[in-house]
Ligand binder design. Structure first.
Ligand code: NBX
Length: 836
């Protein structure tokens, strides 16, 4: 046997010969896979075939961990975290699995030696974009941290056939194409049809007496859908743990559709099959905006019911009585999307396991905890009662009962306060009746948290104030984090190498160790190396930008980046107004001395969000003019990078000098992009919002460009009757007039009117009120960037002080305070161990 290439001190026992970690074995298996799995030989093989052949090389080397992990948890009946999320924005698996297995560089060498371009193969992976933005990506970071911390856990969600749409820019406008990520197959998942379950929908309920003459309720559905689990292994970094992401695919249950209901009606049966499959067909592309569609509620119930049934199956295998459900499982609700789980667990306990109400309620509350991700009122999920009754008649009854008992408790605590009762009710009865999912989540959970200090405070003072007054001890904060494996080690190998060469590599699992870089900020040689790394990343990104947009950008200009979903509250329009102001300054005084900048934007707008789409059009239109104008002499460039996703993000964060985090104070729950930028050495220009506040606290006010109104100031200004027109003077007025005149729209003065009129007359997110302060902060940025040496110092300190924002820290807090789930180290099994 050839000698192993890899230092594998984290592995407690050797793999077998079949999955050896040698260059020879990698190469041998690569060609075997091409031949035996893909049925190709090199002349006919596509790049995607090569990617898949490599993916299977890696997958084979994960299975020993995966099987050993499952075996250990099953045998020990370990306490398990179940992370319920309608979204998991995983991003490409191959690179991350290579990093976490500790074989990235060795496999790269093996592939390169075969004459193949390793990076090109990695780019072949169609990323699973099963999420909209921050919330879905947070779920992905969390399950990676859970595995790294060796916590038994399952991610439960939906295997959407089409993930978040693919964005193209056509004539400056966003257009959407479906995301066919499964087109060439998915080497990372294993279907488990043997564990499929049935999910009921619709119909009616009826009381009956069982064989012991007990009062029971029967739910007679009018539809059944089969939920088939597809499992993906989630590796911890340099551990033996491989946890599971279990995503449900909807299928038609043969027996039910074909035999019982549609005898003789072949066409009808096929149609029913198609409609069943619709449940996991497509991810709803709206973030922070409720759509109120029946299919969306069906999706939520579908994955929640399947997951809870799966948890009962696991209990049974491990011979744990249902009464101990909450001892086996800690279930986290990622926002209210899975909140129907509260009623579903009650139903499963009461109706299907004959547990008495009080005990079932106790189990349910001890099982669930709820994370809120938004303060925006339009994002709070409320389902019209008739729709709810039609789809989930039994759950509505259960919710009414939960509500009656809950409101009794409120009545006693707050004697005579009928207004409070109406405010807190699970049913909104102010007009048309709605089920309030956030209230259901609160009532059914033993812990409730926000995702940054400010956000958690505002929850208590505002959105969930009544619940806080009733149960203050249930409320807490868990500031978000991101995984340094994907967001540094994988995406920024140059920085990783530089950092590790000075402080070793323990920072990858203990990010607080980055603090040891602080003294190096005073070392001129280190600063130069740091700047060299940043410049190389900028050059890489410039090549990407050129390829994707045709725009040439200068790596020595300041890369000023705003990438995130397009939203009025995130204020991409504040940014572009400032770009126009700079342009105006340059045109008015061609000799003005400005710091050359490249403004980079990226992000998707919800397809029905017209103003957001118009903001994209404004950005691309300003870019068209500015990028072509010789008077600007390449001192300003504006790039809109299409289809911002995890893959593109991995190239953008390392290349950024300046991170734009400019939401109206009090609106962005946390942000997580802000953390990725800071870790990779970008400085932030930002408001006192979300986790920006904590980033500034960590990195130091002197290394952060603060601007804008604070949350209380926003409140006061709005209360006093905000009139944006009052701010329309000086440079801002000239900027607005320039856009209004049609200068950026080939003379079409109507094109941007909805956006501009909206700002002048309403401006709900106080763009005008913050413009002056923003513009001044940007001048400080420009001045600071002139002193490259000082900028390097600030950049190093941003990274060195970003340790708090590792999702490992966040997950530890969830484990300690909410889940009470200890680590379970995994001993690798050999094939001998698993023989029957
Ligand atoms: O969750 C985001 C917040 O806006 C961020 O501030 C925060 O950092 C992040 C993680 O906590 N929320 C978010 O991404 N929401 C959605 O994507 C979303 C998706 C569907 C939906 C509502 C919101 N119906």
């Amino acid at each position: 046997m050839a000698t192993p290439l890899v230092a594998v001190e984290h592995r407690t026992e050797p793999q077998d010969e079949r999955t050896a970690l040698t260059k020879e074995a990698f190469q041998r298996d690569f060609f075997n896979n091409l031949f035996y799995i893909l049925g190709k030989f090199p002349t006919l093989a596509t790049k995607n075939d090569y990617y898949q052949a490599l993916a299977f090389v890696v997958r084979d080397r994960m299975l020993q961990r995966w099987i050993s992990t499952a075996a250990a948890y099953t045998k020990q009946g370990s306490r398990t975290v179940a992370y319920f999320s309608a979204e998991f924005l995983m991003g490409p698996h191959l690179g991350n699995n290579l990093v976490n297995l500790g074989i990235h560089d060795e496999v790269r060498k093996a592939v390169t030696e075969l004459g193949l371009d390793f990076n090109e193969l990695l780019l072949e992976e169609d990323e699973p974009g099963l999420g909209n933005g921050g919330l879905g990506r947070l779920a992905a970071c969390f399950i990676e941290s859970l595995a790294t911390l060796q916590i038994p856990s399952l991610g439960y969600g939906i295997r959407y056939e089409f993930g978040i749409f693919h964005q193209e820019i056509v004539d400056g406008w966003q257009t959407e194409r479906t995301d066919k990520w499964l087109r060439f197959g998915n080497p990372w998942e294993i279907p488990r049809p043997e564990w499929a379950v049935h999910v009921k929908l619709g119909g009616y309920t009826e009381p009956y007496r069982d064989e012991f003459y007990r009062h029971r309720v029967r739910w007679v559905p009018d539809r059944l859908v089969a939920a088939v689990p597809y499992d993906t292994p989630i590796l911890g970094y340099h551990t033996n743990t491989a946890n599971t992401l279990r995503l449900w695919k909807a299928e038609a249950p043969e027996s039910f559709d074909f035999a019982v209901f549609n005898r003789g009606d072949y066409y009808g049966a096929v149609m029913q099959k198609v409609s069943s499959e619709n449940l996991s067909k497509v991810l709803y592309p709206n973030d922070e905006q409720l759509q109120g569609k029946e299919l969306r509620l069906s999706q939520q119930y579908f994955f929640v019911s399947a997951s809870l049934q799966d948890m009962f199956r696991i209990l049974k295998i491990q011979k744990i009585p249902v009464e101990r459900f909450h001892e086996k499982f800690a279930a986290q609700l990622n926002d209210t999307h899975p909140a129907i789980a509260v009623a579903e667990l009650m139903r499963l306990l009461i109706d299907e396991n004959v547990v008495p109400w009080e005990q079932a309620w106790d189990i349910t509350r001890r099982t669930f905890a709820y994370t809120n991700h938004t303060l925006l009122p339009e994002a709070l999920e409320c389902w019209p009662l008739p729709l709810f009754a039609k789809l989930l008649p039994r759950h509505l009854e259960i919710i009414f009962e939960i509500n009656a008992r809950f409101l009794d408790e409120v009545r006693i605590r707050f004697y005579g306060d009928e207004e409070r009762i109406a405010r807190m009710s699970l049913i909104d009865e102010r007009g048309e009746r709605y089920v309030r999912m956030a209230h259901l989540a609160c009532v059914g959970s033993h812990a409730i948290n926000g995702v940054a200090e400010l956000h958690s405070e505002l929850l208590k003072q505002d959105v969930l104030r009544d619940f806080y007054e009733l149960w203050p001890t249930r409320f807490g904060n868990k500031t978000n984090g991101v995984t340094p494996r994907r967001w540094m080690a994988l995406s920024n190998p140059r920085l990783t190498k530089l950092v590790s060469s000075h402080i070793g590599d323990e920072w990858i699992t203990d990010l607080s160790q980055l603090r040891r870089l602080e003294p190096l900020a005073e070392d001129a040689g280190f600063r130069q190396q740091w700047l060299d790394v940043k410049r190389a990343c900028k050059c890489d990104f410039a090549a990407v930008a050129l390829k994707k947009t045709g725009i040439t950008i200068d790596p020595d200009s300041l890369f000023d980046v705003q990438v995130k979903r397009i939203h009025e509250y995130k204020r991409q329009h504040l940014n572009i107004l400032h770009v126009v102001a700079l342009y105006h300054r340059l045109r008015s005084n061609p000799n003005v001395d400005i710091t050359p900048r490249t403004f980079i934007f990226g992000g998707k707008a919800a397809p029905g969000y017209h103003i957001a789409k118009l903001i994209i059009k404004l950005i691309t239109s300003v870019g068209d003019v500015v990028n072509r104008d010789p008077a600007v002499r390449d001192r300003l460039k504006v790039v809109f990078l299409p289809n911002f996703n995890v893959k593109n993000g991995q190239r953008i964060y390392p290349a950024a000098d300046l991170s734009e985090q400019v939401s109206t104070a009090g609106k962005e729950a946390s942000g997580t992009g802000n953390m990725k930028f800071s870790m990779n050495g970008a400085l932030t220009i930002g408001t006192m919002d979300g986790a920006n506040i904590e980033i500034r606290e960590e990195v130091g006010a002197e290394n952060f460009f603060l601007f804008g109104l604070t949350t209380p100031e926003v409140g006061a200004l709005k209360a006093s009757g905000y009139n944006p027109a009052n701010y329309l003077d000086g440079e801002l007025k000239e900027v607005v007039e320039l856009i209004r005149s049609g200068f950026f729209s080939r003379g079409d003065a109507e094109l941007f009117r909805p956006l501009i009129d909206g700002l002048v007359h309403h401006d709900p997110y106080l763009v005008f009120a913050d413009f002056d302060s923003y513009s001044k902060a940007q001048q400080q940025v420009s001045a600071a960037y002139q002193d490259r040496d000082h900028w390097a110092r600030m950049s190093i300190l941003n990274s060195a002080r970003s340790g708090k924002f590792s999702s490992d820290r966040t997950i530890r807090e969830y484990c300690d305070d909410i889940w009470k789930a200890p680590a379970v180290p995994i001993r690798l099994l050999t094939q001998e161990d698993v023989k029957v």
